[in-house]
Design a protein around this ligand. Structure first.
Ligand SMILES: [Fe+2]
Length: 386
C-alpha cells in the first residue's frame, strides 16, 4: 500500500507550546467575531480553567458565553443543547475546551448551527453538507488528538454504540495546544488518554492502509509516549512530560485523518457504548490482545514499535522483537495503573458474543485492520483480553 495517494489535512493553524493558550484572544480577533461560545465540561469548570481562558478573551473586547454541559462519551443529544446555547448567546464562533468529548461536541455543534439537519444526519463519512461556524480547539488532555482530526465520536444510547462523523468540515480553524492546561488532569485520565494516543499511533502504523508519510508521525508518537507517559501519570506537574505527551497526542491525531485506527478502536466501541468504559481505558485493555492477533501481518513493523518504545532489540530475531512490542505495551499499562483485563471493568463474560457482533459492524475501522478479521476472531480477542 506504500504507493497509495494520501490526502493529508490539518487545521489552518496549529499553535503549540507552554503558554500557547495566551495567543487565543489574538487568534479570535483576526477572525472578526464579536462573541464566542466556550464548550466544556464540569471537570474543567472545577479545575478553574474557564476564567483562565474567558477573561483574556473578554479583555480583548470579545463577548464570551459558556456551555458546560458536555459529559464523558457524550450523547448525540448534547449537540442540540450546545447549539441552543450557541443560538441563545448570539455567538459567532465555538471553542472546544477540554478532552475529546468537548472538542467533538464543539465541532459538530458548529456544523449543526450553520446547516439544516441534526447531528444524527451526519453520521458516517462525508455526510456533512457544508462548513460550520468557525471553531477552535483547546485540548486539556493528551489525548484523543481530536484537535487535529476531521472526526467526532458521539454515543447513540438507543443503539448502545459509539458513532463517528467524518468530514473535512470538522477540522478546527485553529488548534491551540498548551501543556499548561493539562497539569491538573488526574493520573487515571492521563493514563487512559495517553494510552489512547499510543493506540492511535500503533493502529495507524500497522494499518492495512498505512502510508510512509504518516508512519513518521506514528513512530514519533510511540517514541514520545514510551518516554513521557509514565512521568506524566506519576508527576502531573512535570511540564516536560506533559509537553512530550501533548506533542504525542497531536502527532497521533495527525495519523487519523489520512489512515485512522483499526480493530482496537472498533472493539472498544461496545465497551464504551454499552458499559460506559472510558475510551482510552477500553483501548488499553484490548490493545495487547489485538497486537497479538495482528503481529504476523508485519513482523518488521511490530519490531520497530518495540524499538520506538525504548526496548533493547539488539541481537533479537525480528519475531522476538515483535513480541517484545506487545510485552512493552503491557508493561507500560501496568506501570501506569491500568486494570489488566475486561473482567475488572464490570463487563460480564457472556456479553462477549453480542459485543463481537457490534464491533464487527464498525466496518469503517475493521476494514483498516492489517489482518483480515472475522466475528469469531473478534470473540477470541475479547476472550484473550478478558
Ligand atoms: Fe481513540
Amino acid at each position: 500500500m506504500s504507493n497509495r495517494i494520501i490526502d493529508f489535512q490539518i487545521p489552518q493553524s496549529l499553535v503549540m507550546g507552554v503558554g500557547a493558550s495566551k495567543r487565543l484572544p489574538d487568534i479570535l480577533k483576526k477572525t472578526g467575531v464579536k462573541k464566542v461560545l466556550i464548550v466544556t465540561d464540569q471537570g474543567i469548570v472545577k479545575a478553574s480553567l474557564v476564567p483562565l481562558i474567558c477573561e483574556p478573551i473578554e479583555a480583548a473586547g470579545i463577548g464570551v458565553a459558556v456551555f458546560d454541559g458536555v459529559e464523558p462519551d457524550p450523547r448525540i443529544e448534547i449537540v442540540s443543547a450546545c447549539v441552543s446555547a450557541f443560538q441563545a448567546a448570539g455567538a459567532e464562533a465555538i471553542i472546544g475546551l477540554g478532552g475529546g468529548s468537548s472538542i467533538d461536541i464543539a465541532k459538530v455543534a458548529s456544523i449543526v448551527a450553520a446547516q439544516s439537519g441534526l447531528a444524527g444526519d451526519y453520521i458516517g463519512i462525508g455526510k456533512v453538507p457544508g462548513p460550520g461556524f468557525p471553531h477552535f480547539a483547546l485540548p486539556t488532555t493528551a489525548g484523543t488528538g481530536s484537535e487535529v482530526t476531521p472526526i467526532a465520536v458521539l454515543s447513540d444510547t438507543t443503539a448502545h454504540l459509539k458513532k463517528g462523523i467524518v468530514s473535512e468540515y470538522l477540522y478546527p480553524r485553529a488548534a491551540i495546544i498548551d501543556p499548561e492546561l493539562m497539569v491538573s488532569v488526574p493520573p487515571s485520565v492521563t493514563a487512559y488518554t495517553g494510552m489512547d494516543t499510543l493506540t492511535h499511533a500503533i493502529e495507524a502504523y500497522t494499518n492495512r492502509f498505512a502510508a510512509p508519510f504518516i508512519d513518521a508521525f506514528a513512530l514519533e508518537t510511540i517514541r514520545l509516549t514510551g518516554r513521557h507517559l509514565r512521568r506524566a501519570v506519576t508527576c502531573g506537574i512535570d511540564i516536560e512530560a506533559r509537553a512530550g505527551m501533548a506533542r504525542a497526542a497531536t502527532l497521533g491525531g495527525m495519523c487519523l485523518g489520512s489512515v485512522n485506527t483499526a480493530a482496537v478502536h472498533a472493539m472498544a466501541y461496545p465497551l464504551g457504548g454499552t458499559y460506559n468504559v472510558p475510551h482510552g481505558l477500553a483501548n488499553t485493555v484490548l490493545l495487547p490482545a489485538v497486537m497479538e492477533f495482528n503481529m504476523p501481518s508485519n513482523l518488521d513493523k511490530f519490531a520497530a514499535i518495540a524499538e520506538a518504545l525504548g526496548e533493547e532489540t539488539c541481537g533479537l530475531s525480528t519475531r522476538e522483537a515483535a513480541l517484545l512490542a506487545i510485552q512493552a505495551v503491557k508493561d507500560l499499562s501496568v506501570d501506569i495503573g491500568i486494570p489488566q483485563g475486561m473482567r475488572y471493568l464490570g463487563i460480564p463474560q457472556d456479553a462477549i458474543p453480542t459485543m463481537a457482533e457490534g464491533a464487527i459492524e464498525v466496518t469503517r475501522l475493521m476494514g483498516n485492520n492489517p489482518r483480515t478479521i472475522t466475528v469469531k476472531d473478534v470473540q477470541k480477542i475479547y476472550e484473550n483480553a478478558y
